[in-house]
Ligand binder design. Structure first.
Ligand SMILES: NC(=O)c1ccc[n+]([C@@H]2O[C@H](COP(=O)([O-])OP(=O)(O)OC[C@H]3O[C@@H](n4cnc5c(N)ncnc54)[C@H](OP(=O)(O)O)[C@@H]3O)[C@@H](O)[C@H]2O)c1
Length: 289
């Protein structure tokens, strides 16, 4: 497992708990060392890890991180290795990794995930996979040890697009929830009451329920940062350009995310879109019970 950020660390813990012999590597070594007491073997470099693994999982921030780490992995991996990348990256960067993997005789699965670190720890992560079916059959037990749902959506970059489409919907849902809450609070409705009704109404999607407690506590510590959401909306817009289609709400959402980042919310959870909107309209706290 390479990349032990919020998601990668939670995935590594699931694999260790399932009894897999796990070698870990992270750019900042302390996150790898932290897993040693749980039985992980620490590799100093991506190459050192790839040389000894049959299956290499990567969970990395963005295109640049994936391309640079994949280059190292593919230089050192033995033919027949399977590289499974669970990051959210662009179809373009992923296609470049696919070409390199083919040259190295390494099977490459694009396996972006739907969920967050809490969902991983609860054993509920969903994988959206594209790539060769035979490679998926080989690694499916590993994926199922992490989460119960694996969707195979194509042979090439389809999984990247599906993931971006889902994140676009989640980003828009966060913005629309924030606007609904600002409207409610600004009109004297308590946040708790509005969230309760939202949760049991037709819009009571799992996402609304995941965010309810944090919103009630004004807790914006990140499960998925504002910066990463901005990255994903940017990727969705670039994919739309490539496909020759328009995403008018996505364009507006990107503007809101950038403004929130500029206002200091980059490392907060993206549901801090609510806090950002609230501060922007200078809501009178006294109105809210
Ligand atoms: N968090 C979520 O809820 C969630 C859900 C679904 C998908 N995702 C996706 O999963 C991926 C990881 O997300 P996360 O929340 O775990 O992010 P994160 O906590 O920021 O972790 C990012 C990881 O990438 C590594 N990294 C960044 N740049 C690198 C580089 N140039 N070279 C090598 N390693 C590099 C980081 O290493 P350092 O520790 O050294 O910085 C860290 O291990 C992202 O693509 C994200 O969009 C996240």
């Amino acid at each position: 497992m390479i990349g032990l950020g919020n998601m990668g660390a939670a995935i590594a813990e699931r694999l260790l708990d399932a009894g897999y012999a796990l070698v870990v590597h992270n750019r900042s070594p302390e996150k790898a060392v932290a897993l040693e007491p749980r039985g992980a073997i620490v590799a100093g470099t991506a190459e050192e890890l790839a040389a000894q693994a049959d299956v290499v999982l990567t969970s990395l921030a963005d295109d640049d991180a994936l391309e640079s780490v994949a280059a190292k992995v593919l230089d050192a991996a033995r033919p027949g290795t399977v590289l499974v990348d669970v990051s959210t990256v662009s179809p373009d960067a992923s296609a470049r990794v696919a070409s390199r993997a083919e040259a190295a005789q390494v099977a490459y699965l694009r396996a972006p995930v739907s969920g967050n670190p809490g969902v991983v720890r609860a054993g509920n992560l969903t994988f959206i996979v594209s790539g060769a079916r035979e490679a998926l059959e080989k690694v499916e037990p590993v994926l199922l040890a992490i989460g119960p749902t694996v969707h195979h959506v194509g042979q090439e970059e389809q999984a990247r697009v599906v993931k971006l489409a889902i994140n676009l919907m989640i980003g828009l849902l966060a913005q629309s929830m924030s606007e609904a809450l600002v409207l409610g609070e600004g009109s004297g409705v308590s946040r708790a009451a509005l969230l309760e009704v939202m949760g049991s109404s037709a819009v009571g999607a799992p996402f609304v329920k995941y965010k309810t407690d944090a919103l009630l506590r004004d807790d914006y510590s990140a499960t998925f940062t504002m910066s990463l959401m901005e990255k994903d909306i940017d990727l969705a817009l670039r994919a739309a350009e490539h496909a020759g289609v328009q995403l008018p709400l996505a364009e507006q959402l990107e503007g809101h995310l950038r403004a929130a980042i500029d206002a200091g919310y980059a490392d907060d959870d993206f549901i801090a879109l609510f806090q950002f909107l609230r501060q922007r309209v200078q809501l009178d706290q006294e109105v809210v019970p």
